[in-house]
Design a protein around this ligand. Structure first.
Ligand code: SF4
Length: 366
């Protein structure tokens, strides 16, 4: 086990400085106004890979619709996915839903209290388990996310370059975090460390002059990190077909959507615009081009207006299709890309919180 490299004498000072700073500087976030383990669990899952500004309204809407574990467990999966739409990484929503059902079935609706027990639930890993148990139950376990790792690397002068070995470095960081965590206030300490990384010890241009730990930091600035993989780019085409509802006295517009098959490894069950055979078509048919980043690929999505009679010949059908009234489409479990296209076309409204996460896990080709 790698040894922590902070002198024992410095520990109480570090904890005190950090906690005092946290009390004065912490952001007033909705999940910090509750001690409900379910609400904190939801927030921790939403915050993985997604920015706080995007999460806030989605978190409130989710808890309004599913105020208890039991309400979540009893909801249809499509409703859960619809509430998750815009946050990306839909596997998180499915696992949250499954875990809620498990807890209702086997735990009478009560979440376990220790990190070790929490980790047995679907979708709860070391990070989430430690966050819930330390924040809600004051269990002395360290939370290590990307923010904490960055702060600790910089404090210790550790490089995160490829040569330093990612696994070895991670073990050193976890060992150090375990030593540092304040035994009296582990939940506050963990949140303070994450808050420092999120607001002061930023990946670029860390605000060292505002940092409560500057006196004990070996780096005082950016540290060496592994080079980012180069982004690839790919062009694909999507079909936007809108019709007036046939045989209706009231003029209702409908859009054609296709459901991703349940066997898809990415976003099964979500609804999207059909895929075009070709992304190469006449400019007059082009409706818009949307850039959508997924992992290391920038997709340039060319969207074509297609009349209903041409849909079958121009598109690849992979799943069930249906015409959906535009007034209802926005409430469905849409892929992030489809929601983005429909919003840009002013066919559905923009959710207040639906600022696309740049890391949104989405797929635009089959
Ligand atoms: S002094 Fe700067 S680099 Fe060091 S922990 Fe604080 S913000 Fe990060």
């Amino acid at each position: 086990m790698p040894q922590a490299e902070i002198a024992h004498g410095a520990l109480p000072v570090l904890r005190t400085m950090l906690l005092q700073w946290y009390e004065a500087a912490r952001r007033d976030l909705p999940w910090r106004q509750t001690s409900d383990p379910y609400a904190i669990w939801v927030s921790e899952i939403m915050l993985q890979q997604t920015r706080v500004a995007v999460v806030i309204d989605r978190y409130r809407a989710f808890l309004e619709r599913f105020p208890t574990i039991r309400a979540l467990a009893e909801a249809p999966e499509q409703d859960v996915l619809a509430l998750w739409s815009g946050l990306g990484y839909y596997r998180r929503a499915r696992m949250l839903h499954k875990a809620a059902q498990f807890v209702v079935e086997h735990g009478d609706g009560m979440l376990p209290t220790t990190a070790e027990e929490l980790r047995t639930l679907p979708g709860i890993g070391a990070y989430t388990a430690a966050a819930i148990s330390s924040i809600v139950h004051n269990e002395r376990v360290a939370v290590v996310d990307g923010n904490v790792e960055r702060v600790l690397c910089r404090l210790q002068g550790w490089s995160a370059s490829r040569r330093s070995g990612g696994t070895t470095l991670r073990k050193k960081v976890e060992a150090l975090a375990t030593v540092l965590v304040d035994p009296a206030r582990p939940g506050d300490f963990n949140q303070a460390m994450m808050e420092l990384g999120a607001t002061v010890c930023l990946p670029r241009n860390p605000q060292c002059m505002l940092c409560p730990l500057v006196a004990m930091c070996d780096t005082k600035g950016e540290h060496a990190t592994a080079p980012r993989p180069r982004m690839l780019s790919e062009e694909v085409g999507r079909c936007l077909s809108v019709r007036l509802r046939p045989n209706s006295k009231v003029a209702t517009r409908e859009v054609l959507l296709e459901q991703r098959p349940a066997t898809e490894s990415v976003m099964p069950g979500l609804w999207e615009l059909p895929l075009l055979h070709e992304a190469d078509f006449l400019e007059r048919d082009l409706c818009m081009t949307v850039r959508h980043a997924i992992m290391q690929v920038n997709y340039y999505v060319r969207v074509r207006n297609v009349p209903e009679r041409k849909v079958n010949s121009l598109t690849v059908q992979n799943g069930e299709r249906k015409w959906v009234a535009l007034g209802l489409a926005g409430e469905m479990a849409l892929t992030g890309l489809t929601r983005k296209i429909l919003q840009r076309a002013h066919l559905i409204g923009v959710r207040a919180s639906n600022v696309s996460s740049s890391k949104e896990k989405e797929i635009v080709k089959n």
